[in-house]
Design a protein around this ligand. Structure first.
Ligand code: DC
Length: 226
């Protein structure tokens, strides 16, 4: 059921905390759009890789960003991301693009470019934004903010289950990847990963997706009834 007034909901947290499943389910439950902002960083990474631009070449990254048209479209198979008209939804999910996305996300030129893209996407409110700095930097005035977090091992187990059928990696490798990305994402100078002061923190370990969403819905009902 839609909240009694139009609000913005943000869900931040590290890789593998289960943000995507929960964000999608929450958006569905309240009848809002779901916006996966990590996909935007991944699309920038894919475009840079295709053009042979390294993750520390700011001038090249700026050129890549300026040539990008990024659009989410709702289709029968879920929300898909189009990069200059090409559906890149599947292409941005490889381990290489994950690492490259983490690296380019530390560059101010990339964050500046995506800041305006994201603000535009949030203009009409009524959306669930999933990312790392939604509640702290992009939408500091969002009415409802959540921060999902769990230990690296628990998060690695989740990622491992998701990718096990399509990749030849071990659980330990996935955990090392997660620890490395956590380090990149939380120590970068610009928009480091951290909970907003007014975010509600949830550790979903041992909870079902429905239970997490139920908790979120209860909080939303409380905030919107004020
Ligand atoms: O959520 P994800 O794994 O798809 O995100 C890919 C990378 O993008 C991740 O390493 C951190 C970065 N990211 C970010 O810096 N800010 C966001 N709002 C979303 C993602």
């Amino acid at each position: 059921m839609k909240p009694s007034k139009p609000i913005l909901i943000t869900i931040d947290g590290p890789a593998g905390a289960g943000k995507t499943t929960v964000s999608r389910a929450l958006a569905e439950a309240v009848g809002y759009r779901y916006v996966d902002t990590g996909a935007l960083y991944r699309a920038v990474a894919l475009a840079a890789e295709r053009e042979g631009v390294g993750s520390e070449e700011d001038a090249g990254l700026e050129r890549v960003c300026n040539g990008l048209d990024l659009a989410f479209e709702r289709t029968e198979t879920g929300t898909r991301l189009f990069l200059n008209g090409e559906d890149v939804t599947g292409l941005i999910r490889t381990p290489e693009i994950s690492m490259m996305a983490s690296a380019v996300s530390a560059r101010p030129v990339v964050r500046r470019f995506l800041l305006s893209v994201q603000k535009e996407l949030g203009r009409s409110r009524e959306a669930v934004f999933e990312g790392r700095d939604m509640g702290t930097v992009i939408f500091p005035n969002a009415e409802v903010k959540f921060f999902l977090d769990a230990t690296p091992r628990v998060r690695a187990q989740r990622r491992y289950r998701e990718i096990a059928s399509s990749a030849s990696v071990t659980l330990d490798e996935v955990e090392q990847d997660i620890i490395q990305r956590d380090k990149n994402d939380s120590t970068r100078a610009i928009a480091p990963l951290k909970p907003a002061q007014d975010a509600v923190s949830i550790d979903p370990t041992g909870m079902s997706g429905d239970e997490v969403v139920g908790k979120m819905l209860a909080h939303i009902a409380e905030v919107t009834s004020r």
